[in-house]
Design a protein around this ligand. Structure first.
Ligand SMILES: Nc1ncnc2c1ncn2[C@@H]1O[C@H](COP(=O)(O)O)[C@@H](O)[C@H]1OP(=O)(O)O
Ligand SMILES: [Mg+2]
Length: 331
């Protein structure tokens, strides 16, 4: 099932991850004053969404794409457009500028969220990207509100284990979860010999669990997380990771619990921030729900409107963590 979809998604995400990696490298090499400049992330964001959108529309012209970016800024700004055009042409060969703009804009159109559509976050964790830390290129295929395929490119993920270019994590519903090192020059494919099955850890003792959360305290409430962890008797300090790399950490057994309670009760999570990661964790044997224990549903539009809080675990710990959450916060 979904063989062609997976092949196209893997190759598009690995190419986009390579583009992002090259841009991040120039940032890391630059003076610190330039690290605060958001323009590199903007260029890489557009470039990454363009590569993925073009690959999908060539292979699946009927499929809508819901993406984080649109091309409004690029249409207005010739210099920026030229930079993105260069970047993408260097990555995948000569591209027509109008086709590039159209590919990026495809992600902004309205769609039928109850049908089949793709969702992409071209750079998830832009703060991490700018700091030189973790970020992810995330792509998922959704059908009738269920994620049927998820791919997460994580170029800085555990280089000791996966090599200098990080890893790509992927899953198809019912088919298990896998990870493969990202090799520069060779996009990852479905039959990649270096791909390995991944699995959540087996711990059922909260005191032995490793727990992860956002680096950015503005993105989730670290203090409430700490109270939940205290109630569970978790001893280790939190492991702070940017982006959906947190889902990759749970899926590959490097952490057991991911908590995300937005600071503001008005904030709604975006679908592209969770779809791919949730599929990978679920297929690796874990569980993903909101804070009331409901599985995430993706028919509601660009945000997870009816869900508050996100909990991803190795599965065994899930009900215990939900009880601790519900005794700590009013959902
Ligand atoms: N106030 C907020 N609460 C929760 N998440 C947020 C908030 N503002 C931005 N985000 C999202 O958090 C994600 C990064 O999460 P993390 O901190 O775990 O790396 C980004 O996709 C970002 O969305 P956006 O890309 O729209 O800024
Ligand atoms: Mg994001």
């Amino acid at each position: 099932m979904y063989r062609k979809e997976l092949d196209i998604a893997l190759s598009a995400v690995s190419r986009a991850a390579k583009l992002c990696r090259d841009v991040q490298q120039t940032l890391v090499d630059a003076e610190s004053v330039q690290k605060k400049d958001r323009s590199p992330v903007t260029i890489a964001d557009f470039g990454s969404q363009a590569i993925i959108s073009m690959a999908l529309s060539a292979a699946f012209p009927e499929d809508p794409l819901v993406g984080e970016e649109d091309a409004v800024l690029l249409r207005k700004n010739d210099v920026l457009r030229g930079k993105v055009h260069n970047l993408v042409s260097n990555a995948i060969g000569a591209v027509d500028e109008d086709a590039l703009i159209e590919a990026i804009d495809r992600g902004a159109r309205d769609t039928n969220f109850s049908g089949r559509f793709w969702t992409v976050d071209p750079i998830d964790g832009t703060k991490g990207f700018l700091r030189g830390d973790q970020y992810a290129v995330a792509l998922a295929l959704i059908e009738a509100g269920r994620v049927v395929l998820g791919v997460l490119g994580c170029p800085n993920f555990n280089p000791e284990k996966w090599g200098a270019n990080g890893a790509i994590f992927y899953a198809v519903a019912g088919g298990g979860a896998f990870a493969a090192p990202i090799e520069p020059g060779t996009p990852v494919g479905r039959n990649d010999l270096n791909a390995k099955p991944i699995r959540v850890d087996g711990t059922n003792r909260p005191e032995a669990a490793r727990f992860c959360e956002s680096v950015e305290s503005a993105h989730s409430d670290h203090e409430v997380h700490r109270r939940i962890c205290d109630r569970l008797g978790i001893l280790a300090s939190p492991c702070r990771i940017d982006s959906q790399a947190k889902y990759a950490a749970i899926a590959s057994g490097e952490a057991s619990i991911y908590l995300r309670l937005p600071r503001s009760s008005a904030y709604r999570e975006k679908i592209w921030d969770h779809a791919a990661g949730a599929a990978v964790v679920t297929e690796a044997g874990g569980r993903v729900t909101d804070f009331s224990g409901s599985p995430l549903g993706f028919t509601e539009g660009r945000t997870l409107k009816s869900h508050r809080g996100i909990l991803a675990t190795n599965g065994r710990l899930h009900d215990g963590v939900l009880s601790a959450i519900q005794s700590t916060v009013a959902i």
